[in-house]
Design a protein around this ligand. Structure first.
Ligand code: HPA
Ligand code: ZN
Length: 336
């Protein structure tokens, strides 16, 4: 099973590029940019990654991002993530970035975006990995600040496929951002949002109805509303689930209690993703392995996670067909 999971072609739809900052690169960039960090070694950084909930993670995650200053830093960050994608047979990835985490520190929007884009372009040429970029608004900040960030993004519309919503879900429900999402959609951006990670099922419903999202990030608390689960199933609304993240942030206490396999078997469009892999203990293959170790699954069921992600991705029908053929070929090889 391990070999099958390693070889299985994958598509990632929920990855915060700032969350792929490994402690070793954090150290290197801190030295290169003369930035003080409150740790003596990468091992000490890793030891500090003990989280009790989403907020306890976010506090450390925003602090870690302080070492990212120059375009080259954002390039290095993104390139290291893409090398992990290559190792894990990720064919396509749709990554989030949080512009406000950087513009609030005086880093220009285009410095961040240019570094990320340069690495993604190199990966397409040299590794054959395709990608899209989604810009997230930080929901603990105001809607006016999100509107200002949307203005900054308009000149780069050709490089950013959509907008998302992340950070602290508790106390910052989707409806706080209905104006900025309407404006973004009118400008041609696709919408997604984190909902139903720590917040209630109602946030999932409101993200769909009030923000017009085409995917729900996390969404695992949908099970608290049976009618909503039925609707998600009927509409094939994708959920970008992040198993290791959910364990680390105590959304579930144990992987055997995670509902992703049950939702898959009910016919929902659930997908496996890594969220913030440097903080949560694993990239795509690790997430697949963790789910498969805790739940007895067939090759076809595991492959269905990738088929769902292909269906849920923001790419052309031609690209989707090409990726589905790659999945077919690996499944056939392992059933021979
Ligand atoms: N939830 C909310 N905000 C985030 C996350 C998450 O899982 N990861 C990075 N920012
Ligand atoms: Zn996330």
């Amino acid at each position: 099973m391990k070999e099958f999971i390693q070889q299985l072609p994958k598509v990632e739809l929920h990855l915060h590029i700032e969350g792929s900052l490994e402690p070793e690169l954090m150290f290197k960039l801190a030295q290169r940019n003369h930035i003080d960090i409150p740790f003596a070694s990468p091992e000490e950084v890793r030891a500090a990654y003990q989280f009790s909930n989403l907020q306890s993670f976010l506090d450390i995650y925003y602090q870690g991002a302080n070492v990212l200053i120059h375009e080259q830093d954002f390039f290095d960050l993104t390139w290291e993530y893409l090398l992990r994608c290559q190792q894990d047979n990720v064919m396509h990835t749709e990554i989030f970035f949080d512009p406000q985490t950087h513009t609030a520190r005086g880093i220009a929007f285009e410095t961040v975006l240019n570094g990320i884009v340069a690495a993604l372009n190199k990966a397409e040429q040299e590794l054959g990995i395709t990608s899209q970029i989604i810009m997230c608004f930080l929901r603990h900040l105001s809607e006016d600040e999100a509107l200002q960030t949307l203005e900054l993004a308009l000149p780069y519309k050709d490089k950013i496929v959509g907008v998302g919503l992340d950070s602290s879900e508790q106390g910052h429900p989707p409806e706080k951002f209905s104006r900025v999402f309407a404006k973004a959609r009118a400008a041609g951006f696709i919408a997604v949002a984190h909902a139903g990670e720590e917040g209630p099922a109602l946030n999932i419903r409101n993200a769909i109805d009030l923000l017009g999202v085409q995917r729900v990030d996390h969404g695992v608390r949908c099970v608290e509303d049976a009618a909503l689960v039925e609707e998600l199933k009927q509409t094939r609304m994708p959920l970008t689930v992040c198993p290791l993240s959910n364990l680390k942030l105590k959304v579930f206490q144990h992987m055997t209690e995670h509902n992703i396999v049950e939702l898959l078997r009910q016919g929902l469009c659930v997908t496996i993703n890594s969220d913030d892999p440097a903080y949560f203990g694993g990239y795509m293959t690790d997430n697949f392995l963790a789910v498969s170790d805790a739940h007895s699954m067939t090759h076809q069921e595991l492959a269905q996670f990738t088929r769902n992600a292909i269906e849920a991705s923001f790419i052309s029908a031609t690209e989707k067909a090409r990726m589905n053929a790659q999945v077919d070929s690996v499944v056939a090889r392992f059933s021979a």
